[in-house]
Design a protein around this ligand. Structure first.
Ligand SMILES: C[S@@+](CC[C@H](N)C(=O)[O-])C[C@H]1O[C@@H](n2cnc3c(N)ncnc32)[C@H](O)[C@@H]1O
Length: 281
C-alpha cells in the first residue's frame, strides 16, 4: 500500500500565511485536519492527486488563480435564511420602520450586507422589504451584498437553493410566495433577486464604490479576525454608515473595546449598534 503523505509544517505555515495576507482569516496551529478536509476536494477538481501536491504547487509555482481558490476553499460559508429569528424580528419590527421614518423625505435606503455568503441573508432582507410594498412604492431601495469568495457569490446570484438550505430558516409562507421548484432545487423569483446587487469585496482591501449606507449587516465574519483587523474594519464601517444608521453584527460579535463611536442598542433580545446612540431604544 502506498504510504500516505503527511502535511509538513512548512505546507501548513504557507497556507496559514496565505490566508492571513489575502483574507485576514486566521488558521490556528492544530487545524491541519481543517486544511486537509477543505483542500482535498479542491485538489481533486484541479487535477492534483492530493492536497499535498496542490500546496506544493502553490509554494513553488507563480501566483495564479489557484491561490485565490485555496483561500476561498478555506472560508467558512455557513449561513441560513432568516438566521437568528430575534435579529430578523428586530429588523422587521424596529430597524426597518425606524429607517423608513428617518428616510421619508429622501425616499431612499441603502443597505450593505458584507460577507453575504450564498445570499440567504440579503435575500431575507429583500423579502422583508418586499412585504413593505406598496408603502415603499417609488422608493429607491438598494441592497448591496458582498463576499470575498467568487464561488459563493456565483451561487448567491443564481438564487437556487437545495431543499436542505430551504428547510433551514425559510418560513413556508415565504417559500410559497417567492420560490418555484425546479427538479430538486428551489429557485428564487426574479423580483426578489433583482433587489440585490452582488459584488466581490474583500473586507481587508478597499471597499470600492459603496454608497453611504443606512444599514450594515456584517454578521459572523469579524469573529474570524484578529483584534487589530476588527478595529480597522469597524472604523471603516463607522465612516461609511449614515449617522442615523444601524450596524448589525453576529450574535458572538460586538464593537465593545474595539470602536468607541458605536453604542449597543437592544430591541427585544437582539442588539444592533448605532453611532453615539443611547443604550436603550
Ligand atoms: C460564516 S459566513 C457568514 C454569512 C452571513 N453573514 C451569515 O451570518 O449568515 C462568513 C463569510 O465571510 C466571508 N469572508 C471571510 N473573510 C472575508 C473577507 N476578508 N472579506 C469578505 N468576506 C470574507 C466568507 O467567504 C463567508 O462567506
Amino acid at each position: 500500500m502506498k504510504d500516505r503523505e503527511t502535511m509538513t509544517s512548512a505546507d501548513f505555515n504557507y497556507v496559514r500565511d496565505l490566508m492571513r495576507d489575502q483574507s485576514a482569516l486566521t488558521l490556528e496551529p492544530g487545524k491541519e485536519y481543517l486544511l486537509e478536509s477543505r483542500l482535498e476536494p479542491l485538489a481533486k477538481t484541479e487535477g492534483f492527486p492530493g492536497y499535498q501536491q496542490l500546496v506544493r504547487r502553490l509554494r513553488t509555482g507563480p501566483v495564479t488563480d489557484l491561490h485565490r481558490k485555496v483561500v476561498e476553499a478555506m472560508t467558512n460559508n455557513e449561513t441560513t435564511f432568516f438566521r437568528d429569528a430575534r435579529v430578523f424580528a428586530m429588523l422587521s419590527g424596529s430597524v426597518l420602520p425606524a429607517l423608513i421614518a428617518a428616510r421619508s423625505a429622501e425616499r431612499s435606503i441603502n443597505i450593505w450586507c458584507a460577507a453575504c455568503s450564498t445570499g440567504q441573508e440579503p435575500y431575507s432582507i429583500a423579502m422583508l422589504l418586499h412585504e413593505q410594498l406598496p408603502a415603499l412604492d417609488g422608493w429607491k431601495i438598494r441592497i448591496v451584498a458582498s463576499d470575498i469568495s467568487r464561488d459563493v457569490l456565483a451561487r448567491a446570484r443564481a438564487g437556487r437553493y437545495t431543499q436542505t438550505e430551504i428547510n433551514r430558516g425559510l418560513p413556508a409562507s415565504k417559500l410559497v410566495k417567492h420560490f418555484v421548484q425546479d427538479g430538486s432545487a428551489w429557485v428564487l423569483s426574479p423580483e426578489i433577486r433583482r433587489m440585490v446587487e452582488f459584488r466581490e469585496i474583500n473586507l481587508i482591501q478597499s471597499w470600492q464604490n459603496l454608497p453611504a449606507v443606512h444599514l450594515i449587516l456584517m454578521r459572523n465574519v469579524l469573529i474570524y479576525f484578529e483584534v487589530a483587523v476588527k478595529k480597522t474594519i469597524l472604523e471603516k464601517a463607522s465612516q461609511l454608515l449614515d449617522p442615523r444608521g444601524f450596524l448589525v453584527l453576529g450574535g458572538a460579535e460586538t464593537t465593545m473595546n474595539l470602536h468607541d463611536s458605536f453604542e449597543p442598542v437592544s430591541y427585544g433580545g437582539a442588539v444592533c449598534f448605532r453611532r453615539g446612540a443611547p443604550r436603550q431604544a
